[in-house]
Design a protein around this ligand. Structure first.
Ligand code: ADP
Length: 187
């Protein structure tokens, strides 16, 4: 269901005339993806944490990544900032900060859509041809997975790029994978 609240408002990543990247969904661990950029579900302080964030810090060179994150000076919800991959297969990590779910009346949908759009734009500006996304905000931040999957697919489908060729939606569990498959077939 689209509420209209998460609709993309334009900007980079929407350049008319450029092709739409291929979007696929896989079951797996985002830290092991063989892509140019992996997206991290980070927190505002970019201080490292649980879930995806913890896994990325463990898989990369943690101390170097922590220092690079500190130098970025935090990140607002809905925005994204990049560091090198520091030992991941991916060349870059794009850190984005999801919305904490507060019932849905505080702009959470728009902030989540912005996470996908801004992460895509940041990865594109680095020259990434492929990007892997975890299910941002659906863990500790409590965003309902069904809603989040629809927003992810709709937002990414609206983006165009001369650079990014493939977007991988990484589901950590089979139910998230079926949500992605459903939306990719029907959205
Ligand atoms: P947030 O704080 O934004 O909610 P979390 O990291 O707590 O982010 O969780 C986001 C989603 O990522 C959850 O659905 C969780 O199951 C999933 N997840 C956790 N670890 C991984 C991983 N290594 N790879 C892919 N997805 C993961």
């Amino acid at each position: 269901m689209s509420t209209g609240e998460d609709h993309d408002r334009g900007g980079a990543g929407q350049s008319a005339g450029f092709p739409a990247p291929r979007i696929i969904a896989v079951l797996g661990d985002v830290t092991t993806m063989q892509v140019d950029a992996v997206v991290n579900a980070a927190n505002r302080a970019l201080a490292g944490g649980a879930g995806v964030d913890g896994a990325i810090h463990r898989a990369a060179r943690a101390a170097t990544l922590r220092a690079a994150c500190r130098a970025l000076g935090g990140c607002e919800p809905g925005d994204a900032k990049a560091t090198p991959g520091f030992g991941l297969r991916a060349r870059w990590i794009v850190h984005t900060v999801g919305p904490v779910w507060n019932g849905g009346g505080r702009g959470e949908r728009a902030v989540l859509a912005s996470c996908y759009r801004r992460s895509f734009e940041v990865a594109e500006s680095l020259g990434a041809r492929s990007i892997a996304f975890p299910a941002i905000a659906t863990g500790v931040y409590g965003f309902p997975p069904e809603l989040a999957a629809g927003i992810a697919v709709r937002t990414l489908r609206s983006l165009r790029s001369a650079v990014v060729r493939e977007v991988v939606l990484v589901a950590f569990d089979p139910s998230t994978l079926s949500l992605y498959r459903h939306h990719l077939q029907t959205a």
